[in-house]
Design a protein around this ligand. Structure first.
Ligand SMILES: [Zn+2]
Ligand SMILES: [Zn+2]
Length: 146
């Protein structure tokens, strides 16, 4: 976890009038990950870090409200990932079979396209989601050969 991320996190919490507690900072640290995580994975880490379940749930709820973390839906389930405030904006390909979430990087034309659509409608875009559900390479071959 970088100092920049921690400082950025503290700034968002306090500037929105919330108290910076040990449990909140600990929960934030659990969310820092190279890959989107399920609640179950986060709870396992929380147990090892001695952060109780109830605080994890309530802090994540607050973090979602403050735009610190967001959900990536995979079918009807979801994983959590830090927002664009912390990691570079990107999109995902999510596998409905194994739950793998693949980052789509360096596809800036997607963003340019979305922006131009918004501008043409006279709309000022602030945020967008662009996610693809389907089957990853491994699962796609498995389902077609069965
Ligand atoms: Zn898969
Ligand atoms: Zn985008």
């Amino acid at each position: 976890v970088s100092t920049d991320d921690i400082n950025n996190f503290k700034q968002i919490i306090t500037s929105n009038g919330y108290r910076l507690t040990m449990a909140r900072e600990a929960t934030f640290r659990l969310l820092v990950s190279s890959e989107p995580q399920s609640i179950r994975e986060i709870l396992v880490k929380a147990k090892n870090a001695n952060v109780d379940r109830v605080s994890v749930y309530s802090n994540i709820e607050l973090f979602e409200k403050l735009g610190i973390v967001h959900r990536i839906y995979v079918g009807w389930k979801y994983k959590l990932e830090l927002s664009d405030e912390f990691i570079e904006h990107h999109h995902h390909l999510s596998c409905l079979e194994c739950g793998k979430v693949i980052d789509i990087e360096d596809e800036k034309h997607i963003d340019k396209f979305i922006e131009s659509v918004a501008l043409r409608a006279g709309f000022v875009p602030r945020r967008h989601l662009f996610e693809v559900d389907g089957y990853c390479k491994d699962c796609a071959t498995r389902t077609t050969t069965e």
